[in-house]
Design a protein around this ligand. Structure first.
Ligand SMILES: Cc1cc2nc3c(=O)[nH]c(=O)nc-3n(C[C@H](O)[C@H](O)[C@H](O)COP(=O)(O)OP(=O)(O)OC[C@H]3O[C@@H](n4cnc5c(N)ncnc54)[C@H](O)[C@@H]3O)c2cc1C
Length: 468
């Protein structure tokens, strides 16, 4: 088969690229080996995880909020089978959606594993070869498993296998306090598991704003999760009915299941990349420039296989950019306004620099304002007052450098910060603009006002204490 653009992998990076190329007039094919389109995100990542987050949130509402608001429904209990049906239904709707978008845009889906035969041909397992003018590699990533004695036990699972559980483990150990580990820890705590997180670094979500990480750790501990920071798992023993997880300096804990969530590696093996001269690093993935072009001019790479971020929305954008470049456009990826959503409870969302990064880059020319949700009417009426919004700007020109939020619906709210940063707004633009009242979105404006020393809705102009 001949085509203009061949896309290897049908996840967020690949399916977006294939559709965008077709929109621009290309004969576009997408080679995907899994039985459904959508990749990690739709099948075994973002979508099923957040369907469970929704179940966890419903339990919380029923436990802590309904009665306060005058709604009597009795004590909630989890029907895990129904929660899993709901999750599967959401996933199916999304993956089917991608298949119909392919049809609507005239993208052909070739089912099977692909491998480069030469710089203009991909061999598809069980199918015919695809000859292309341009290719976009979007093969994604896989969970890393650290070399720990006993970790090959069937009770040590990755995120995909945790999502496939039909019973809630009584005791869950989460190895790795990064985003995926913390999201599952948050979910299973609401589902009734005793959850223990073991993280070798001194904080949860190590790359995120220190105050946001600290707030999450505080709220997790309040909710009864056990945190062991700066501790490494050294050995796992499976007795046949439970696990003993050894960590730190001779400490141990018992568990029914252990989630191994220590990071993901790029899918670069067995694709024939060496043979065609596409450079890659086994840890960092495929080398690609801001056009998403690899070391072979007509071959591009997007998403987790070639990315620093490992996020669905960076993969989406990179897919669009690569497809446009294959069709003769001049598109680049701008990483300034990448939102960093974390769907724990409380949620975290950030964009731009963390406070520590801002101080490192701008020294004393940094102003920060923190607005707590407890001073926001909508948060109060929702019974969701944990957390705050932090606005970070440089004081010479007032340029907004970052927004960090912890609290209700912040993964939705962060888009305001993304637009502001993309537009290179000043803090005044944010603070002087109007926000609908009463809404949570007021928190962002209010944080800007605090940063400028003009807070109206706080008892005094003192900065709240959430700075790092
Ligand atoms: C548990 C979990 C939760 C997550 N939650 C979020 C979230 O809330 N928000 C967010 O932004 N990100 C989240 N992510 C990350 C997100 O899923 C990834 O960043 C995103 O899926 C990357 O898209 P991609 O297209 O690069 O790769 P993938 O989605 O991994 O897709 C790659 C596709 O390529 C296929 N493939 C690989 N090799 C071949 C081959 N040789 N031939 C044919 N097909 C091949 C694979 O089968 C796969 O379908 C989460 C990840 C996990 C694991």
């Amino acid at each position: 088969m001949e085509c203009d653009v061949a896309v290897l992998g049908g996840g967020p990076g690949g399916y977006t690229a294939a559709i965008r190329a077709a929109q621009l007039g290309a004969k576009s094919v997408c080679i995907e080996k899994a039985p459904e389109l959508g990749g990690t995100c739709l099948r075994i990542g973002c979508i099923p995880t957040k369907a469970w987050v929704q179940t966890a949130f419903a339990i919380k509402e029923a436990e802590h909020t309904f009665v306060k608001l005058g709604v009597q429904v009795g004590a909630p209990s989890l029907d895990f089978a129904t929660a899993n049906e709901w999750k599967a239904g959401v996933v199916k709707q999304m993956t089917d959606g991608v298949a119909s978008l392919f049809k609507a845009n005239g993208v052909e889906w070739l089912k099977g594993a692909g491998r480069f035969k030469d710089a203009n041909t991909i061999a598809v397992e069980g199918g015919e070869d695809v000859t292309f003018k341009h290719a976009i590699i979007a093969t994604g990533s896989f969970p890393l498993i650290p070399p720990i004695e006993g970790i090959d036990s069937s009770r040590c699972v990755d995120s995909e296998r945790l999502l496939a559980q039909s019973e809630v483990p009584k005791r869950l150990v989460v190895l790795g306090g990064g985003i995926i580990g913390c999201e599952f820890a948050s979910i299973f705590n609401r589902f009734g598991s005793e959850v223990t997180i073991i993280e070798m670094l001194p904080k949860l979500i190590p790359m995120e704003d220190a105050a946001a990480s600290a707030e999450l750790a505080k709220q997790f501990e309040k909710r009864g999760l056990t945190l062991h920071l700066e501790k490494q798992v050294t050995k796992v023993e499976d007795s046949g009915s439970a696990l003993t997880v050894h960590f730190g300096d001779g400490e141990m804990t018992e568990a029914d299941l252990m989630l191994v969530s220590v990071g993901r590696g790029p899918f670069v093996d067995n694709l024939g990349l060496e043979e065609i001269g596409v450079e890659f690093d086994k840890r960092k993935g495929i080398a690609a420039d801001e056009h998403r072009r690899t070391t072979v001019d007509h071959i591009y790479a997007v998403g987790d296989c070639a990315g620093y971020w490992q996020l669905a929305h960076t993969a989406f954008r990179e897919g669009e950019v690569a497809a446009e470049n294959t069709m003769g456009h001049e598109a680049v990826v701008d990483n300034r306004g990448v939102p960093r959503p974390i769907y724990t409870d409380p949620e975290i969302a950030a964009v731009g620099l963390t406070e520590a990064e801002a101080r490192e880059q701008y020294g004393d020319d940094v102003e920060v304002g923190v607005f707590p949700w407890v001073a926001n009417a909508r948060a109060v009426m929702q019974n969701e007052t944990v957390g705050w919004v932090k606005s970070i700007h440089e004081s010479r020109y007032g340029e907004l450098l970052g927004v960090v939020m912890v609290g209700p619906h912040v993964t939705d709210l962060i888009e305001a910060g993304v637009v502001a940063l993309d537009a290179e707004s000043t803090v005044e633009t944010v603070a002087d603009g109007m926000t609908a009242h009463p809404t949570l979105s007021e928190g962002i404006k209010e944080a800007g006002l605090v940063a400028l020393g003009r807070a109206i809705h706080l008892p005094n102009r003192k900065r709240a204490k959430a700075t790092a």
